[in-house]
Write a protein that binds this ligand. Structure first.
Ligand code: PEP
Ligand code: MN
Length: 264
């Protein structure tokens, strides 16, 4: 099993995912960086709740061009400030090859979103970047496991072996949940590859009341971490409020999943 160090190059507490480490790595924070107060409040709260990585989108891939698109580079500056204040490494999405250099100046993990899993120029650009930052590669909305793993190969073949996979649900026909969480892919990925895999219970369900139980189920299925959307006031979130939980709910998930991982 490959073990990947997160946060080795910036001024924060480095952590390890994969390999022999048994504790799940919890990445948490808002879907989108909205403003300074929202991000800093959330960052401090997720740190108190026990998360080890701060998530936050600065560049947002939105379905509609009329929805909030993220703060862009200003969002990256705020993420860096939140890292300095909390010591948490940060994960944020990069959407285009031309922005890899900029995002890599600020991020500790580069996130490739579900919609870009087969953006081959982006995968290669992230793979070629000299920092070899860990890359979180989300599964595409309709990726087969083989397509997803070949996308990971693009990054690795371009020079960066530090790929973490993320199951975030796949498209199906039932609108009751946003996507269908394919939990069986987690043990399958362990059979097929040496790469670490985490689960996103937020985008896979689209419903905040399902996030705690699917978090536990993911760890029971041997996911090595979770990425969870957290907002201090989910109902007012500019993006994905319906699936966002509060810091208090996160604290319970951190506690329960740590116990579960310890028992396994
Ligand atoms: C996200 O994590 O912010 C996101 C947009 O997720 P996905 O790419 O899985 O839809
Ligand atoms: Mn989101």
């Amino acid at each position: 099993d490959t073990s990947i160090t997160i946060g080795a190059t910036n001024d924060c507490t480095p952590i390890t995912i994969g390999g022999a480490s048994a504790q799940p790595v919890i990445m948490a924070g808002p879907c989108a960086v909205e403003n300074r107060e929202q991000l800093i409040t959330t960052a401090q709260a997720v740190k108190r709740a026990g998360a080890q990585v701060l998530r936050g989108g600065a560049f947002k891939p939105r379905t509609s061009p009329y929805q909030f698109q993220g703060l862009g580079v200003e969002g990256l500056h705020l993420l860096a400030e939140a890292r300095t204040l909390t010591g948490l490494p940060v994960i944020t999405e990069v959407m285009e090859p031309g922005m890899v250099e900029t995002v890599a100046q600020y991020a500790d993990i580069l996130q490739i979103g579900a919609r870009n899993v087969q953006n081959f120029p982006l995968l290669s650009a992230v793979g070629r970047h000299s920092k070899q930052l860990p890359v979180l590669l989300k599964r595409g909305l309709a990726s087969t496991i083989d397509e997803w793993l070949l996308a990971a190969e693009y990054i690795i073949a371009s020079g960066n072996p530090n790929v973490i996979l993320c199951e975030r649900g796949i498209r199906s026909y039932d609108p009751q949940t946003r996507n269908v969480l394919d939990l069986s892919c987690v043990p399958l990925i362990h059979q097929l590859t040496h790469l670490p895999i985490i689960v996103d219970p937020s985008h896979s369900t689209g419903r905040r009341e399902l996030v705690p139980i699917m978090s536990r189920a993911s760890i029971a299925a041997e996911a090595q971490g979770l990425i969870i959307e957290v907002h201090p006031d989910p109902d007012t979130a500019l993006c994905d409020g319906k699936q966002s939980i509060t810091p208090d709910q996160l604290e319970k998930i951190v506690r329960e999943t740590a116990l579960l991982a310890h028992m396994m």
